[in-house]
Write a new protein. Structure first.
Length: 108
């Protein structure tokens, strides 16, 4: 359901699309966790990496790694490909760059 809010701030109307706001909040929450940033950095360094290599190299439990990767996938910050039983991850650079640009624009 697409719900919108119009706020009046000092005689200036601000239109807020709640669905887009929730999506943005999810992406920012995904990026706000130090371990997820570490995982993204590791994937970036390797370009494409098997999930087993992620948790073994970073010394993480498989279940914890899977939970964090799920959050990153739902935020569309990483993408996956499957080859047989193996799942490979790569950074979704366009989406990460969009987040960075939006934050920079907000801070300017």
């Amino acid at each position: 359901m697409d719900t919108n809010i119009i706020m009046d701030m000092n005689d200036t109307s601000v239109f807020v699309d709640e669905d887009k706001l929730e999506t943005a909040a999810s992406v920012l929450r995904a990026l706000a966790h130090p371990l997820r940033l570490k995982i993204i950095d590791f994937i970036d360094q390797n370009k494409v990496i098997n999930v087993n290599k992620i948790y073994n190299t970073l010394g993480l439990e498989q279940s914890i790694t899977s939970q964090h990767l799920r959050i990153l996938r739902l935020a569309n910050l990483v993408s996956t490909t499957r080859e047989g039983k193996q799942i490979f991850y790569r950074v979704h650079y366009d989406n990460v760059q969009n987040v960075v640009n939006s934050i920079k624009g907000f801070l300017d």
